[in-house]
Design a protein around this ligand. Structure first.
Ligand code: SF4
Ligand code: SF4
Length: 205
């Protein structure tokens, strides 16, 4: 369980920042951020983010909880680690951005972002088959927009799918599965147990 969230704010308000320091992996170092902008300036995808990491970290300090959890920076980050290796303060920027994305999902934000929808479809395939079945991942992603949009998107991309089948890049028939599916479920259950315990610890500290 995660410690209760403070209210949204647009004033300089460290309540949300303190919550982030405690509940997001690596964020205990965030108070060291000197807003130099090296992370955002190094980010290859910065122009496709609404904020970028430097601004996101200032928004955390400003108590802008809603804007932070709804920021597409969390979902457009490709985890290339450029920001992390270049940060002069040794702040694990990538881990913090990833941690905020995971927390946004757990807290019920991130329902509309394309990358969040795709990540959920990917995770669904992984947990069910131990593999990513490109057909099912794609179908689950498309139909997450609703039945009509799902059919429309599927038809729009039928030619690509057909081409992949012809080139042997997409198979027909039942999905591939790992043979040790039972073991996979045991691993995932253990990982969930550890995560819940860690979150409980974070909430109590
Ligand atoms: S590079 Fe590091 S210190 Fe500079 S703004 Fe980014 S996180 Fe802050
Ligand atoms: S890890 Fe993410 S935020 Fe950092 S530079 Fe790469 S894409 Fe940008």
């Amino acid at each position: 369980m995660t410690a209760s969230l403070p209210e949204n704010s647009h004033k300089y308000d460290l309540g949300f920042a303190r919550w982030v320091y405690k509940n997001i992996n690596g964020a205990d170092k965030l108070s060291m951020c000197m807003q130099c902008g090296t992370c955002s300036g190094s980010c290859p995808i910065g122009s496709d983010m609404d904020n970028g990491p430097r601004k996101l970290f200032m928004m955390i300090r400003a108590g802008m909880k809603e804007e932070v959890f709804n920021s597409d920076t969390l979902w457009n980050c490709t985890s290339c680690y450029r920001c992390t290796v270049r940060c002069p303060r040794g702040i694990p920027v990538t881990y913090i951005v990833q941690g905020l994305a995971a927390k946004a999902t757990h807290l019920g934000y991130a329902t509309e972002q394309d990358a969040a929808r795709f990540a959920k479809s990917f995770w669904w395939s992984l947990t069910h088959f131990g593999r990513t079945d490109e057909r099912l991942v794609t179908a689950k992603y498309y139909f997450s927009f609703g039945l009509v949009k799902g059919i429309k998107k599927s038809l729009e991309n039928l030619k690509i799918a057909f081409g992949m089948v012809m080139k042997g890049r997409m198979h027909l028939g039942p999905p591939h599965k790992v043979s040790a599916n039972k073991d996979l479920r045991a691993i995932l259950a253990k990982a969930q147990e550890i995560e819940a315990r860690e979150q409980q610890g974070g909430a109590e500290s």
